[in-house]
Design a protein around this ligand. Sequence first.
Ligand code: ZN
Ligand code: ZN
Length: 954
Amino acid sequence: MGRRWWMKWYSWVILVAHVFAILIFTRGFLLTRTELPYYSHGSDISQSPCFSSTSTNHSWNKPVVDRLVIIVLDAIRFDFVAPSVFFQEKKAWMDKLPVLQKMAFAEGSSAKIFKAIADPPTTSLQRLKGLTTGGLPTFIDVGNSFGAPAIVEDNFIHQLVENGKRVVMMGDDTWIQLFPHHFNNSHPYPSFNVKDLHTVDNGCIEHLFPALYQDDWDVLIAHFLGVDHAGHIFGVDSMPMIEKLEQYNLMLEKVIKVLGSQSEPGGLHENTFLLVMGDHGQTLNGDHGGGSAEEVETSIFAMSFKKPPTSIPSELDTSSCKLDLDGKKKCTSSIQQLDFAVTVSALLGIPFPFGSIGRVNPELYALGAGTWNLDGINARDSSNLSELEEWLLNYVNVLCINSWQVKRYIDVYSASSVIGFSSEDLLHISNAYVQAEQNWANSTKNLLLHRNERSHTLLPALTRQIDFYFSFLSNVSELARSKWTEFNLKLMGIGLGTMLISLFIIFLAIQRVNNLYTTSLLSPGGSGISFELIFAFFVVAIRACSFLSNSFILEEGKVASFLLATTSIVRLRSSIMKKKMLFEAVSFLLLISILRFTIEVGLSKQAATSLFLSASPSWVLGVAPGHPLWTYMAEIGPILAVILLACLLCRTIASSIFGGLWKYITMATILSYVLIAVYWGAESSIPTLALLLQGMAKGHIPRMIYAIGLGQLLLFAVAHLFDKDRELDYKRSLVVKTVSILSAWSPTIIILSGKQGSLVALALIIGGYCIVKLESMEDSDSDAIFTFNPLAISQWNLLAVCLFFATGHWCAFDGLRYGAAFIGFDEFVLVRQAILLTIDTFGFSHILPVLALPFLAGCNFLFGQNDHGKDFRFTQLSQMYMMYGLITATTVTVTIICVTIQRRHLMVWGLFAPKFVFDVVGLVLTDVLICLASLLYSGRLEDDDTQAVQKTEQ
Ligand SMILES: [Zn+2]
Ligand SMILES: [Zn+2]
């Protein structure tokens, strides 16, 4: 007893250690902002301290522009727009948008070029979210996980619609995904075909110019994708890129001409504001997603068709200037993309998005000519004020509202979010806000009331007030950035360290079991390092190292199947040499080839939805013809397979070892299999079969199968608790329990996987059988360090990995089969659908293989060798589970090391982070299953053990 108690509890310790490590690491690694479903309303402004008089018109601030044209040029680098004098060397792609420079640097122009800094991840979807919400990115958001990634947070598009503005959209269909019901009129074009440089752009141009003559919109958004796609395919330094930029230059020239021609008083575009902007930059290879300067630096060109009277005070001016070759001064300013949403909202006079933490950018705001005429708030005696004072007063008012809105968000956020800010940080922010408020109430407000007497002190007072607001707002955005978007290396280190320690603990545990039992049961001595051990170690190590490269992560399924094939060839060699089990060895290889094929099919499916893979051609797609025989096969094959499964199970039950409750538990599975066959038959496109089965309530079948599965598991627990059947010896009880639990799980997993399910289940059975048989062929080396063959365990693990990819999954959130969550249910309930989705995702790759591991342990006695007694078998089984856990934990630890190393990699959010999430979920699930297995498969052993102890005592 004493020497075994720890073997029962050690798996729980490992589970706790892993959960702790993962939680700590995740806190340091993933972006952990919570999205709040709150919206700003026009009437909220009455709660703000910003208006002395009661404002009844429910508008936050006076609109200063009437119409807004936003032209988004996807992946525009700053050096595409800014003059080449700003850069060390003039490159081929610079100065290709001369119309923007001409407008920005013309005498007395009201246009400006900004360097816009994006917050990574610099993918279009995340950037559009950031631009419209004014918030920082979140990595995992609940809204994104199921189906459409529509924005759940407040954003300026929502505010536009709420405030009666009409919005039209053309171009990239990402906008439609984000804002499915917001546009009055939209012309979306698919964005995922990166090889197509022109469809989206031509479609945009086709609808843009007619729309510029219409008055049925207030805000127009045109999103061009050509430069992004040209970058992805050809890179920045390429002819297609330059051609694209030249095309855009012509287009922009025309847009400015059309707008300008109608900008006279009373014209359609009298007070229209033009924004030409990128959502993010790109590297010279055309990649984006990460946080390098090339990727985060993009540009905003802003232009008003009315001339502002003077320029803003130099304290608010961020422009940096260079002299060009003719000695002319050229200046560009800079802006954070974070500030975009609130500045645009201020220009249009709509409430600021609830979760925006940006500040109204003074230079962009000043371009709106309307900001210079103060006729809304204090119109009575404004004649005494200079134009600049008027503007500053206006701007102070906007900043007051801005600060109040940001403070409100921070308060609500820290009250409702699980991971909020520390109280120290909150106090710091509050102090900055209170200071600004007090200054407003004590000095600035008084000055404004008595400004006629003291007008010379007004200007410095206003700038001081602006400084206070700036200090508060920059405090907030700095804090938010450091808490929400920066990696916390300390936490990541602690998490990683805990993972490494857990690996060491598992290793020690395996060693200790050896020391306890190898000496007593097997002949001692020998070096203990066998060929199999070294080989297994290398297989695991090679697979682990492959995660360092993003392309190997993409092809992880192929890597796993290649390694599995390699191990099976080693087995084939020894089977040829021993002239034993040639059939099993060959069929195992054949099975791996079939799996390899299905992994290829899965990858081609991924290619259709993922930008990363779309360049790699796949021959598989060409093989699936519309031939009727093929359809027939595809319909009938799975049904035949499920019937075959039922027959196999029948035969197993019929054998003498099954008795009592176990028999009934397992028999229910046959019923489930029949139901699955009926369900698929009714769904099939073969008319006679479908008609025949239509009468049966097929909507209820999946639910019945889930219910049966649940009932079986409950019965199993009961049977396990009260199983005092002494006639069953350990090996029989092990087989019976394993078969029962597998059969209880399998129907649910099969029906969730769709029609491939039964075939995959067959593949798993065949694969498992081959591994077990081939394993039993090996002589048990007397000097082996382990009581089993480590190579077999790594084969088992690789087979599980292959099945994950062969069932059409991959490590990305678009790799989840959302449809599976709705089999048997139409309405969405988060917990229920999440459980179904988890079972579908990890069923064949984690649940079944881990629970089936006792077959591998039992192989020796199943095939009549090496019967060392139950004590030995339990040892062997626990050691196998330790080994399986060690392999899984090792690969996950290496994944964690890789994401830590690659945290600044441009694909960290697109590839490494999803891989990390899938891996850690899989690891925790494996640990939980191992704990369950240690309960299930060792329960009676304690009794045997006590018996044995009693015997020795006697
Ligand atoms: Zn983009
Ligand atoms: Zn792109």
